[in-house]
Design a protein around this ligand. Structure first.
Ligand code: MOS
Length: 745
C-alpha cells in the first residue's frame, strides 16, 4: 500500500484524455451521428395535475419531414424495473407514457420524430393536448406536513437532554430546489441492429443503464449496449436513466432508423431531476462549557407523486460529533413536481448546511469560538454504530490546518468589526464529511504484442479524471509509459464497473486494476518461462522478475531480459490478459466493522460593502482528508469546483416555480444563477493525504463531493459575522441584508 516518493501514485498527472477534449475529438452522446438518423423532440404537459382528454397529432403528422408521433396511445409495451433490484435503478417508477395521468408540469406527453431537428421542433409545437385539470399541490413550503416521520438514527433521550441543557439552539434551516446544470445536456442516440440495441448515452453508470433499458424495453440483457465515452459532467442528474432514453429507443425501433433525442436546457429543469427543497429542524443542547448534550435533526424533502425520493439529510449527523442523545428523522411530502434526483453530495450537503449552521449558532450562544466548539465535540468512535472505530479520521487536523492557513486566530468575533480595503470582512467556518464505500469492480489488463498495455472496465469518466488514474495505476505497476497505455471505459460491454456516483469510483476501481495488473504480470512471467527463444526460457517462475516492461532474471539487470512485446512475439501471441477484482467493503472481513468517511474543514471570507449592497465570497480555505490522493491535480480540481458550486448554493442557486402550474420560471442559464468565474473566490485546497488502511490498494477514498459539504454553512456564518444577519433560508439575498445594522464601513 505504501508508495515511494517518486511514484506516479500521488503525483499531479495531466489528464490523458486532455488532448481529445481540447481538440474536440472526444465524442459526447449528442456528437454521435449515423446514416439516416432521425431527430426526436418531446412535448411536455402544460399543467401540474390532471388527465389528458384529447391528444390531436393530425397537424403535426402532416407537417414536412415528420415520421412519427409517439404517445400513450401508440407507444406499445414498456415495463417498470423490478422493485428492489439494485442492479437496475431507474430515476422514475413510471415508464414513459404509461397512463394518461399528468403529475407534473413538463411531463412528457408525446414525442415527435422527423428528418431534421427543426422539423421535429416545429411539429412538436403543433401537437394539441387537452386536459381535465385536477387539483395540484405545487406548494414549495413543506411545513404543513403532518404524516409519519421515519427514524434514521437515535440514541439516548433527546427530549430530556434538550430540556435540561443550559444552552440551546432551536432553529429551522431551508434549502431551495436546486437544478443540476451540467454543461452537457442529457441526450440519447439510439441504433437498432435487429433485436439488439445500442444507446449512446449521457450516463454516470453504463452498467445500470443497460440493465434498466433491458427491463424497460423487455429485452434480454445481452441485447442492450450502452456507451458513454465522455460526459460533460452530471452532478448526479445522470446517475440513472430518464424516460427520454426509452422514448428514443422505441422511436428508433418503430422507424428502423437511428434516432437522436436531446434535452433542451429548459427541459432539464423539469424532466431530469433536481435537488429537492429541504426544511430541517435542528435542536442542539450543550453545557455552558460547550459539550454537546442533545442533537435532534428532523428533515423534510419534497418528492414527486409516484417516486419515494429521500434526500437523506441526516447522512452525516449521527457520527460527526460525540453526543449521547441524538435523534434524526426524515419524511418526504409529495408534490406535483418531477422526480428529484441525487445532486452532488446528496443528503450530507444540505444536511451539513443545517447541522453546521446550528453549530455556528450554538458557538455564538456559548460565546465560544466555533472552531473550538468542533474540536471539543470531535468523535473518537462512530457513536451511531455501536461505537465502531473510524477507518481513518482526521477531522481535527483538517480544522486545525485550515484555521492556520486561513489565519483564523486573527478573527475578531465582534459583528462587523473586521475591515480590509474599505470593505467589511466576515469570517465563517464549518466542518465537512462524506461517506466512503468500495463498490464491486472488475477490470481486465492486457499486454499487447505491439508494446501497448490496455485496461478495460465498465465504469466511466464523468469529467473527473478517471481515465488518468487508471493509467497511473498501470504505470505504477508495470513501468509502461503513459502514452503506451490505453484506458477503455464507458461501455456496458466491458467488465462490470461501478457507477460514477457518491465519489466512489476511485476507491472502488484501484484494487481491481492493481489486481488485474499483478495477475497479468504473473501470466507474462509464466509465458516467458515457457516460451522457447526467450532469455527466460526454462527459468523457474519464482526467479523471473518484471521491471519497467521487461522480464528478466531476478539476480540480473533488467536489460539482460526481454521486453514483454518480444516475449509475446516469440510465443506468437497477439496479447495476454488477466482479470482483477475489487471486493466491496461490505463483503470484506477486513473492512466490515469500520466506519468509513472522508472529512474536511471549510473556512470562508466574505466582503460586504453596505453602501452599495455588494456581498462577495472573497476567500475559501478548504482542507480535505479523503485518504490517499492519487492525482492531486485532478483532485484539487474537483474540490475547487465543488467550492465554486458551494458559492452557488450559498449565494445564487434556486429553482423558482410558477405558483399554479409548477412550471419552473427561471429554467435557463440567464435566470437560474450558477456561480461563474466572476463569482469564484481565491481558493486554497489542501489534502491531508493519509492513506485509509481499510480501503485497500493505495488507501484512496475519492473527492468528488466532499468539497461542497459545509461551504454554505461557512458562508452564512461569514455573512452573519460581517452583517449581523442570520440567513436560515438559502440562497443569501441582498434583501436578507436590509435588516443589517452595519450600514457603512
Ligand atoms: Mo453523485 S450526486 O452520486 O453523482
Amino acid at each position: 500500500m505504501s508508495t515511494s516518493p517518486d511514484s506516479i501514485i500521488g503525483r499531479a498527472t495531466p489528464r490523458i484524455d486532455g488532448p481529445l477534449k481540447t481538440t474536440g475529438a472526444a465524442e459526447y452522446a449528442a456528437d454521435f451521428h449515423f446514416e439516416g438518423m432521425a431527430h426526436a423532440v418531446t412535448v411536455g404537459a402544460t399543467i401540474a395535475s390532471g388527465r389528458i382528454t384529447k391528444l390531436d397529432t393530425a397537424t403535426a403528422e402532416s407537417m414536412p419531414g415528420v415520421l412519427l408521433v409517439l404517445h400513450h396511445g401508440n407507444i406499445g409495451p414498456l415495463y417498470r424495473t423490478v422493485p428492489g433490484d439494485d442492479s437496475a435503478t431507474n430515476s422514475e417508477v413510471r415508464s414513459p407514457f404509461e397512463d394518461e395521468v399528468v403529475r407534473h408540469w413538463g411531463q412528457h406527453v408525446a414525442v415527435v420524430v422527423a428528418e431534421t431537428l427543426e422539423q421535429a421542433t416545429a411539429a412538436a409545437a403543433a401537437v394539441k393536448v387537452e386536459y381535465a385539470l385536477e387539483a395540484a399541490n405545487v406548494r414549495l413550503k413543506l411545513d404543513d406536513f403532518k404524516g409519519e416521520r421515519k427514524t434514521i438514527s437515535d440514541r439516548g433521550d433527546v427530549d430530556q437532554a434538550f430540556d435540561d441543557a443550559p444552552v440551546k439552539v432551536d432553529q429551522t434551516y431551508v434549502t431551495p430546489v436546486e437544478t443540476h446544470n451540467p454543461i452537457e445536456m442529457h441526450a440519447s442516440v439510439v441504433r437498432w441492429d435487429g433485436d439488439r440495441v445500442t444507446l449512446y448515452e449521457t450516463s454516470q453508470g453504463v452498467m445500470n443503464h443497460r440493465a434498466v433499458m433491458a427491463q424497460v424495453l423487455g429485452l434480454p440483457l445481452e441485447n442492450v449496449r450502452v456507451v458513454t465515452r465522455f460526459l460533460g459532467s452530471g452532478f448526479g442528474g445522470k446517475l440513472f436513466p430518464w424516460p427520454h432514453a426509452a422514448m428514443a429507443a422505441v422511436a428508433a425501433r418503430k422507424l428502423n432508423r437511428p434516432v437522436k433525442l436531446s434535452m433542451t436546457r429548459r427541459m432539464m429543469f423539469s424532466n431530469v431531476g433536481y435537488r429537492p427543497r429541504t426544511e430541517q429542524h435542528i435542536q442542539l443542547g450543550a453545557t455552558k462549557e460547550g459539550k454537546l448534550l442533545a442533537l435532534r435533526h428532523e428533515y423534510l424533502n419534497n418528492t414527486s407523486m409516484l417516486d419515494d425520493f429521500d434526500e437523506g439529510c441526516g447522512e452525516a449527523t449521527p457520527y460527526l460529533y460525540s453526543v449521547a442523545n441524538l435523534e434524526v428523522t426524515g419524511a418526504q411530502p409529495r408534490r406535483n413536481m418531477g422526480a428529484p434526483m441525487w445532486m452532488r453530495g446528496p443528503g450530507a450537503v444540505p444536511g451539513l448546511y443545517a447541522l453546521e449552521s446550528g453549530m455556528n449558532e450554538l458557538a455564538d450562544a456559548l460565546d465560544m469560538d466555533p472552531l473550538q466548539l468542533r474540536l471539543k465535540n470531535d468523535a473518537e468512535k462512530d457513536e451511531s454504530h455501536d461505537n465502531i472505530p473510524f477507518s481513518s479520521r482526521h477531522l481535527r487536523e483538517c480544522l486545525e490546518t485550515g484555521a492556520k492557513k486561513f489565519g483564523w486566530e486573527r478573527r475578531n468575533a465582534a459583528i462587523g468589526s473586521m475591515r480590509k480595503d474599505g470593505k467589511i470582512l466576515g469570517w465563517g467556518m464549518a466542518a465537512a464529511s462524506w461517506v466512503a464505500v468500495r463498490l464491486p469492480c472488475t477490470a481486465t489488463v492486457e499486454f499487447c504484442a505491439n508494446g501497448r498495455l490496455c485496461v478495460r472496465c465498465g465504469t466511466q469518466d464523468i469529467g473527473t479524471g478517471t481515465y488518468t488514474i487508471f493509467a497511473q495505476v498501470l504505470h505504477e505497476k508495470t513501468g509502461v509509459p503513459l502514452d503506451r497505455i490505453d484506458v477503455i471505459l464507458g461501455d456496458s460491454s466491458l467488465p462490470s464497473g461501478p457507477m460514477s456516483g457518491g465519489s466512489m469510483v476511485t476507491g472502488s476501481v484501484l484494487n481491481a486494476i492493481a489486481d488485474g495488473a499483478n495477475n497479468a504480470i504473473k501470466r507474462l512471467q509464466q509465458l516467458a518461462a515457457a516460451t522457447e527463444g526467450t532469455p527466460l526460457h526454462g527459468a523457474k517462475l519464482e526467479t523471473v522478475a518484471f521491471t519497467e516492461g521487461r522480464l528478466h532474471l531476478k539476480d540480473q539487470e533488467a536489460s539482460s531480459g526481454a521486453h514483454f512485446a518480444d516475449i509475446l512475439g516469440a510465443a506468437k501471441l497477439s496479447r495476454i490478459s488477466a482479470e482483477g477484482k475489487t471486493v466491496p467493503t461490505w463483503e470484506d472481513p477486513k473492512s466490515k466493522g469500520f466506519s468509513l468517511h472522508s472529512y474536511g474543514a471549510q473556512f470562508v471570507e466574505v466582503e460586504w460593502e453596505p453602501e452599495i449592497a455588494k456581498l462577495r465570497v472573497s476567500r475559501v480555505v478548504t482542507v480535505i482528508d479523503a485518504g490517499k490522493i492519487i492525482n492531486p491535480a485532478a483532485a484539487a480540481n474537483q474540490v475547487a469546483g465543488a467550492v465554486v458550486m458551494g458559492v452557488g448554493m450559498g449565494m445564487l442557486e434556486e429553482t423558482r416555480y410558477e405558483q399554479r402550474t409548477g412550471q419552473p420560471i427561471n429554467g435557463n442559464l440567464a435566470d437560474y444563477l450558477v456561480a461563474t468565474c466572476a463569482d469564484t473566490p481565491d481558493i486554497d485546497v489542501t489534502f491531508l493525504d493519509y492513506p485509509d488502511p481499510i480501503m485497500g490498494e493505495y488507501g484512496a477514498r475519492g473527492v468528488g463531493e466532499i468539497g461542497l459539504a459545509g461551504v454554505a454553512a461557512a458562508i452564512t456564518a461569514a455573512v452573519h459575522h460581517a452583517t449581523g444577519v442570520r440567513v436560515r433560508e438559502l440562497p443569501v439575498r441582498i434583501e436578507h441584508l436590509l435588516e443589517s445594522k452595519i450600514v457603512s464601513v
